[in-house]
Design a protein around this ligand. Structure first.
Ligand code: ADP
Length: 562
């Protein structure tokens, strides 16, 4: 039975998941009882998939000589955040070594794919490919490739130093709406195009020496194959450089970014493409077989697969530090408000993604202000009625990304009345339950409102992230979105997505197309029995609440912008 390796190079760590796929009779496999109630799809059940190994390596701890803190290097200018690219190469070496020593029979390793933090870029001179081809397997990779970088550090997604370049690119391309219409997002500081432009402006000699600019994803795929690897449309769409509809570099965007850029960029290939074979260096160094290497992608597109979001009408909702709404789109469309993103999807077509900054942080603020723990927070939600008797909150404790609110300051309406009324009713904690419900309903109303541009008929939501453990929060989600909510218990959806992509592309390369619902079946599936259904009365009350909330938000934004 073949093994598939998925790797995920995130900001702070490199993770590996090895998937064992019982591929013997894909057509007639027994499949599994769909305990989640239909999420998996019945037809064409594939064989068993099992995660047989999961390993992670934390950059700061495993490779301290690179001097990173939480995986990055900061500088005197707090807007500049970078990482040393050789660190990722050495991390790959360490982790592949650990996997090789794990006792797994790696002669069965059929294919490798990867996921990497989006937007980060690696700048190489013309010697890189020759150096990769002649690496000495007796020595670690980092030192051997140290002289191949035309820019010693890689700007990463946390870098915000390119405000001016974003403006310049936007101007040159004819405005933010046009940038979004072509590339899927307006220009953001962390996106790669503005970063490349800044490099060209601040270090023209370094730019002139640059032969190839990779994303973290295609850089690591290149190291694995020993030759420059192409990009997939998912990661390429985080650069402000790709024509989203054509999956090709946009001549307008290239011209607006830096001179002579086209020849410095990798090719763009469909996501399920085998881009090469594991290079002799890794085979000799770690005793690995000549496995296929599949095009890597970014972490968001990879998570789409790892969370089983493989059909239109499925929405992912990650309740973490930030709350993120994302899902496959039926057609290419962009967010007219300019805060959402459209990326290429590894399952074909495109995906939408919108980030809300006031996620866990806002929930914790209210929890703490009310003197509750999470159990008390849940009890407060259960004790308060959907619609919250008209009490509302705009949960912008910190500056918000969606909608764009540059200065923090949460607003409430109707909570004081609730305080008085509940006080009169003789409750112990006047208004506490209403405050808790106001923050969660406010967040859900905001997400439903500002993800509407995706044009989805949402039937099923896959909820993940720390707060998805809270069933009462998921009930509010189900009522506000009028959709079933299923919880995903996964610590690394992007890495699992990469392993599944390795399987899918490898099968496809051998002429056997496996449908995506079959690819994810039995492994990227929600916790059985976690289904939360919308409550009809809750849905009715939430509809009214959403209208009131939207009016409240419009009025507040008018005041702030006026
Ligand atoms: P990150 O985005 O940093 O990966 P996580 O997805 O790990 O964040 O989520 C961590 C957050 O989950 C914590 O900050 C906490 O606010 C939240 N959390 C944990 N348990 C609960 C709970 N029972 N109810 C609501 N929120 C919770």
């Amino acid at each position: 039975m073949p093994l598939y390796l998925g790797l995920d190079c995130s900001t702070q760590s490199l993770t590996a998941i090895v998937l064992d796929v019982d591929d013997a009779d894909d057509a007639g496999g027994a499949g599994r009882a769909d305990g989640a109630g239909g999420a998996g799809g019945a037809g064409g059940a594939a064989g068993r998939r099992a995660v047989v190994l999961e390993r992670s390596l934390e950059f700061d701890r495993a490779l301290p000589s690179y001097g990173t803190t939480h995986g990055v290097l900061t500088s005197a200018d707090p807007r500049v955040v970078t990482a040393p690219p050789a660190l990722w190469a050495d991390a790959l070496d360490h982790l592949l070594g650990a996997i090789a020593a794990s006792g797994l029979d790696l002669s069965r390793l059929a294919a490798i794919a990867g996921s990497a933090q989006q937007h980060g870029s690696v700048y190489l001179d013309a010697t890189a490919a020759d150096v990769w081809r002649s690496l000495d397997p007796a020595r670690p990779i980092g030192g051997q490739i140290a002289d191949t970088f035309s820019r010693p550090v890689s700007p990463v997604w946390m870098d915000t130093s390119t405000t001016v370049e974003c403006e310049e690119i936007t101007q040159a391309m004819g405005g933010a709406a046009r940038v979004a219409a072509i590339t899927g997002s307006r220009a953001f500081e962390r996106f790669t195009g503005p970063q490349i432009r800044r490099f060209w402006k601040t270090d023209p000699a370094g730019y002139a020496r640059t032969d190839r600019i990779h994303l973290v994803s295609s850089f690591l795929a290149s190291l694995l194959t020993g030759a420059h690897a192409p990009l997939d449309p998912g990661d390429a769409s985080g650069m402000t450089l790709m024509d989203l509809t054509a999956s090709r570099w946009s001549p307008d965007a290239l011209a607006a970014t830096a001179p002579d850029l086209a020849r410095r960029l990798p090719a763009i290939v469909p996501a399920p493409t085998v881009v090469g074979t594991l290079a002799p260096y890794w085979r000799a160094r770690h005793g690995l077989p000549a496995a296929s290497v599949v095009a890597w992608s970014g972490d968001n597109p990879s998570s789409l697969v790892g969370l089983g979001l493989v059909r239109a009408g499925m929405l992912g909702l990650s309740l973490g530090t930030s709350d993120v709404v994302f899902g496959p789109l039926a057609e290419v469309r962009v967010d007219p408000a300019g805060t959402g993103h459209v990326f290429g999807a590894p399952i074909g077509g495109v995906m939408g993604l919108t980030v809300f900054r006031n996620g866990s942080l806002a929930r914790e603020r209210v929890r703490d202000a009310c003197g509750l723990d999470w159990a008390g927070f849940s009890a407060a939600l259960a004790a308060s009625p959907p619609g919250n008797r008209g009490a509302l909150m705009l949960p912008w404790f910190e500056p918000e990304i969606t909608p764009h609110v540059p200065r923090g300051g949460a607003r409430t309406r109707g909570l004081d009345e609730t305080d008085r009324r509940d006080g009169r009713d003789g409750r112990d904690e006047p208004g506490v339950a209403a405050r808790v419900r106001a923050v969660v309903e406010g967040q859900m109303a905001s997400m439903a409102t500002h993800a509407a541009w995706m044009g989805l008929d949402v039937r099923t939501i896959h909820a993940t992230g720390g707060a998805s453990a809270n069933r009462e929060i998921l009930q509010v989600m189900a009522d506000v979105f009028d959709a079933d909510v299923l919880r995903f218990e996964t610590t690394n959806a992007a890495c699992l997505g990469a392993a599944l992509r390795a399987f899918h592309a490898h099968a496809r390369a051998r002429g056997r197309a496996v449908d995506w619902p079959d690819v994810v079946q039995g492994v990227a599936e929600p916790v059985a029995a976690s289904r939360v259904r919308p409550d009809p009365a809750g849905v009715r009350a939430s509809l009214g609440m959403r209208r009131e909330w939207q009016e409240f938000e419009r009025a507040e934004l008018r005041t702030r912008r006026g």
